[in-house]
Design a protein around this ligand. Structure first.
Ligand SMILES: Nc1ncnc2c1ncn2[C@@H]1O[C@H](COP(=O)(O)OP(=O)(O)OP(=O)(O)O)[C@@H](O)[C@H]1O
Ligand SMILES: [Mg+2]
Length: 365
């Protein structure tokens, strides 16, 4: 998968920019606040997912305009394809000349993996960041997952509504909750099964990458906090039921369903200790990056396309050995790397260099 042309118009501070990226390495450099992340974000939006740093469309549109537009010509699934996305209150997508109902149509056509400073949240923040990682990755490679997840969340929200509606009366009337709980267990066990399968592979791939990033000196691994691999559906269902039963009393108090896949977590360990608590800045960055690169390799296996790799501000805090490993690891995948000042390492490398200044993007020698 390669981007051939990418254009952004009135996208944040980028009024108009057209780039013809290199097939492999693209270095985007410039001072703070010039538009580097904006460019990366506009490429990411072509995946059809939400922005990694904005939930509202309005934030993506230039302050003085009503609408932003991004366009890409790219090579994917053996042919050249083109997509145009208009961003106003909604996102309007035209894919290969055909108007699509939703930007989600891009999920079967354009693939990317993005690392941004916010990705460090996988290591540094609470469980929801780690679940988001699983949910986004799985809905991409297992379309059924997103469907099961949305039905599951509906069951949870129905149970929550009932908790609120019944208040104190709920205590002696648990049977009213059974239909929603059965639904949560049936759908939840499907979610857990998908997650276990994915986590096992992702963890293995990320461990190998981390091992190489750290020249074999450190060990990174992670697992699901709920249950180990190779659990069967019956085990999962029983454990979910037990968890729901256990949290009933506190659910009554909090009027909220506190247990289930919507509250599960991943445990990240660096050299056997919690990476969040004991990892250094560079180590945590390397962990998050190893996960993202592993994610890219999982997409590659599942859809047969190597995703475009977007690395925003990844090299800072990494020593030269680690930087050089990453550049080698990327091989011939297409990558966009932002930095303030391209290091000698990056400058020596292959590919094209673009300078970003006040929202304008120019290829430099
Ligand atoms: N909707 C918008 N309209 C116009 N300008 C915007 C909009 N949203 C953000 N900006 C501006 O875009 C500029 C560039 O942001 P961006 O995050 O891309 O910078 P950057 O080059 O990545 O900087 P850094 O090196 O600090 O990460 C900022 O000055 C910001 O104020
Ligand atoms: Mg930035």
């Amino acid at each position: 998968m390669r981007i051939i042309d990418h254009s952004s118009f009135y996208f944040r501070n980028i009024e108009s920019a057209v780039i013809h990226p290199d097939e492999e390495v693209n270095i985007i450099f410039g001072e703070n606040g010039q538009g580097k992340t904006n460019l990366i974000e506009s490429i990411w939006l072509m995946t059809g997912f939400y922005s990694f740093r904005a939930r509202k469309n309005i934030q993506l549109i230039n302050y003085d305009r009503e609408e932003a537009r991004i366009e890409s010509v790219y090579f994917s699934h053996g042919r050249e394809q083109s997509a145009q996305m208009k961003i106003n209150q909604k996102k309007e997508l035209i894919l290969n000349g055909v108007k699509e109902e939703s930007p989600r149509a891009m999920m079967r056509s354009f693939y990317a993996v993005a690392f941004s400073p916010l990705t460090l949240g996988i290591i540094k923040e609470g469980p929801s960041e780690r679940r988001k990682l699983l949910d986004v990755a799985l809905s991409l490679i297992r379309p059924n997952y997103a469907l099961i997840m949305s039905k599951y969340l509906r069951a949870v929200s129905q149970r929550n509504n009932l908790l609120k509606k019944m208040g104190d009366r709920a205590r002696d009337n648990r049977f009213y909750f059974e239909p929603w709980e059965e639904e949560m267990i049936r759908l939840g066990s499907g979610i857990v099964k998908y997650r276990l399968e994915y986590i096992e592979k992702l963890s293995q791939a990320a461990s190998e990458i981390y091992n190489d990033i750290s020249s074999g000196r450190e060990k990174f691994e992670f697992c699901y906090d709920f249950m180990q691999e190779n659990a069967n559906v019956k085990d999962i269902e029983e454990k979910l039921q037990a968890g729901i039963d256990r949290s009933w009393v506190s659910d009554l108090k909090r009027l909220y369903t506190g247990f289930g896949p919507h509250a599960h977590d991943l445990i990240m360990k660096l050299n056997g200790r919690d990476a969040k608590v004991y990892g250094s800045q560079g180590q945590q960055r390397s962990c998050a990056l190893a996960i993202k690169l592993a994610e890219a390799s999982m997409i590659e296996k599942a859809v047969g396309e190597s995703p475009v790799i977007l690395l925003d501000d990844v090299m800072s805090e990494l020593d030269e050995k680690r930087q050089s490993y990453i550049l080698n690891y990327l091989g011939n995948r297409q990558v966009f790397i932002t930095c303030c000042e391209p290091s000698t390492l990056l400058r020596k490398g292959r590919g094209k260099v673009f300078e970003v200044k006040d929202g304008k993007i120019e290829e430099t020698g």
